[in-house]
Write a protein that binds this ligand. Structure first.
Ligand SMILES: [Zn+2]
Length: 644
């Protein structure tokens, strides 16, 4: 619990500081009544005794102008007030707000956070994340909605900061179960709409409430929310100012501070500063790049590298990046066109995102620069730019299929230049490397130059700027694994937030914040739901666990036939194993277990035979013990008892 005492720094601002009100100073005989002149004007008289006041160097000390000095004090007081606008929070208020991250902490991705007052709740972002390698057959992870089911009646809205998958990817899964009004800027809504269509819940679009930035929306009875424009690796991103009776909470969303964004729309630092000056209760800020010392370069900084690539390329250029990074795609296309190339867009998400960006006037391209994939073969290689998905080496992506020669239209040639304008998302390094091997075996050159990609997240210096602008009383670093938020905490302390006013949350922890205190109040259920992308259906946890067992420890099948009437075995049990011993040892190993089981069944007590369930359990236990003793493995064991 972090509680701030009401010390002197918490006190009310001094009412009015009168320039003449200086009781400590002796009257100066040379000064006229009310002669307190504005700073800068020479002070008159004040002749000190030469001998008495010589300092130890023998030099005459410069006389201290007490009036000047009083203005130093006034300015120091002013700094104190300016840097600590928390007195503007109503410390007598009994209002509080509760914040519960259900995803996005202790992990990268899967962002979803609940903000709750006494009677109402809003969700900020509903994102997905990616599975670990041992979650076989799982394509995406969706947050566990248990807590949302619990507070369903309180939820008045879903609020979206931006259109990245880790912030909107779980929307269709939530909306198949429960629906709420959705408030967001147009691009996130357009992208969510596409998801709803894909999942056959088109009608959920009726919950859309497009918003204008810099306007304050009253949502439910308890929330006032403003979307403030932010720069990030996707266009139309926002930070949020969420005001309740407890005060204003600023949620940065994902951000970097780009002073020269491609579309010229810089981050709305003025609005952040406005709230900062008014007094902010709490800041939740993006911790993804907490370790980066160098400021994150502007999106525009990749332009020279792209120009260089296109000016030198002699064959086709195949460029892959995150399909959501519209400005990157836009710049790639601009430079391709500059060097006389036609553009072929390949990959479902890339085609869709460019289409949306053009439909909604986020980018403008002449339609005649685009060609279809089946036209590429008829063009001169030098006249072609292919923009495609697959920068993470995803096996279903267009670039990966090209790399293994399985793409319908595009076969890799030795003259091709592949440009990966992206960074490896942690965990994807292996698949990217595998794809690069394929591409290079096919003879293509690959450019992965550092200056061809920039991050979309704030480095330490930008995090500092955010902290200083918002000047929060309490600080919750979010978005990142534990070590990221920990590092962000250090930065917060450097920027004047006392350590006791910073909490490091993990998923499921509920934090209560009031003007006087911030504390952890309880923990709610969190976790992940596994999704199979082929059919968009959930995979139950036990299936994934069975698959893990199968993959790591193998499987044992037991078949036993029992004569129910006479309570005895009809035939010796049969055991079959996979993935436990080599084929040539299989028979001997199976026989060993069959002997153990036979011994057990012969000596079985009467009555137990009739209970097939109990019998299957016994067989399972016997085999499990036996295999663990011999192999130190816990395979999946499948007993089948037939009673006749
Ligand atoms: Zn993002």
């Amino acid at each position: 619990m972090a509680e701030e005492k009401q010390g002197s720094s918490e006190s009310k601002p001094q009412t009015e500081t009168k320039p003449n009100n200086n009781n400590n100073r002796k009257p100066n005989p040379n000064r006229k009544p009310n002669g307190n002149k504005p700073a800068g004007e020479k002070s008159s008289g004040n002749k000190p005794n030469r001998n008495k006041n010589r300092n130890r160097h023998g030099r005459q000390p410069t006389p201290v102008d007490e009036n000047l000095k009083s203005f130093v004090q006034k300015n120091q007081e002013g700094h104190k007030q300016r840097l600590n606008p928390h007195y503007k929070l109503d410390l007598n208020s009994t209002s509080k707000i509760r914040i519960t991250p259900l995803g996005g902490l202790g992990e990268i991705g899967g962002n979803i956070t609940v903000f709750e007052t006494q009677n109402e709740a809003i969700l900020v972002d509903v994102g997905m994340s990616f599975p670990d390698e041992d979650m076989h057959g799982v394509d995406i992870l969706v947050p566990d909605f248990s807590y949302l089911r619990e507070i369903r009646k309180k939820i008045v809205a879903v609020i979206i900061t931006h259109a990245h998958e880790d912030h909107i990817g779980a929307m269709p899964y939530l909306y198949k179960e429960m629906q709420f009004p959705i408030y967001a800027t147009p691009l996130p809504l357009a992208m969510i709409g596409n998801k709803f269509d894909e999942h056959h819940i088109k009608e959920a679009r009726k919950h859309f409430n497009p918003i204008e930035k810099r306007k304050i929306y009253e949502i439910g009875n308890d929330f006032k929310i403003e979307w403030m424009h932010m720069t990030h690796s996707i266009i139309d991103s926002s930070s949020l100012a969420i005001t309740t009776d407890a005060g204003t909470v600023i949620h940065t969303g994902d951000f970097k501070i780009d002073h020269t964004p491609v579309d010229g729309y810089t981050a709305d630092l003025h609005r952040l500063a406005y709230y900062g000056d008014k007094g902010v209760l709490c800041l939740l800020s993006d911790s993804t790049n907490s370790y980066n010392i160098a400021p994150t370069p502007s999106e525009l900084s990749v332009a020279p590298a792209l120009d260089r690539v296109f000016s030198k390329a002699e064959g086709r250029v195949i460029l892959s990046t995150f399909s959501s990074n519209i400005h990157r795609v836009q710049q790639a296309i601009q430079y391709g066109v500059k060097y006389g190339r036609k553009v072929c867009v390949i990959g479902r998400s890339m085609e869709r995102n460019i289409e949306i960006a053009m439909q909604y006037d986020y980018v403008k391209f002449n339609k005649n620069i685009f060609i279809d994939a089946d036209e590429v073969a008829r063009m001169n290689d030098k006249d072609v730019l292919i923009v495609t998905t697959g920068s993470q080496g995803e096996p279903n992506s267009a670039l990966f299929r090209m790399s293994i020669g399985e793409h319908r239209h595009i076969k890799i040639k030795p003259t091709d230049l592949i440009v990966l304008s992206s960074r490896a998302i942690p965990g994807n390094e292996g698949s990217i490397s595998g794809m690069l091997n394929h591409l290079q075996k096919a003879g293509a050159k690959v450019a992965t130059d550092k200056d061809i990609h920039v991050s979309g997240h704030a480095s330490i210096e930008e995090q500092k700027l955010m902290l200083r602008l918002v000047n929060p009383k309490f600080f919750l670093p979010v978005h990142g694994e534990y070590n990221h938020v920990m590092k962000h905490k250090e930065t917060g302390m450097m920027c004047g937030v006392p350590e006791r006013n910073i909490l490091l949350m993990t998923d499921g922890e509920q934090i209560e914040i009031a003007p006087k205190y911030m504390r952890k109040v309880k923990t709610v259920k969190t976790g992940k739901t596994y999704i199979d992308n082929q059919n968009n259906h959930q995979i139950e946890d036990d299936i994934v666990m069975d698959r893990q067992k199968l993959a790591s420890d193998g499987i044992v099948m037991i078949v036993a036939q029992i004569d129910g009437q006479h309570s005895k075995m009809l035939a010796k049990p049969r055991v079959t194993t996979f993935g436990i011993v080599a084929n040539k040892q299989d028979k001997a190993f199976a026989k060993e277990m069959e002997d153990v089981l036979e011994h057990f069944l012969i000596h079985l007590k009467d009555g137990l035979i009739s209970n097939t369930r109990a019998l299957e359990n016994d067989l399972r236990q016997i085999v499990r013990k036996h295999i663990y003793r011999k192999m130190k493995k816990y395979p999946l064991i499948v007993p089948n008892v037939f009673v006749q």
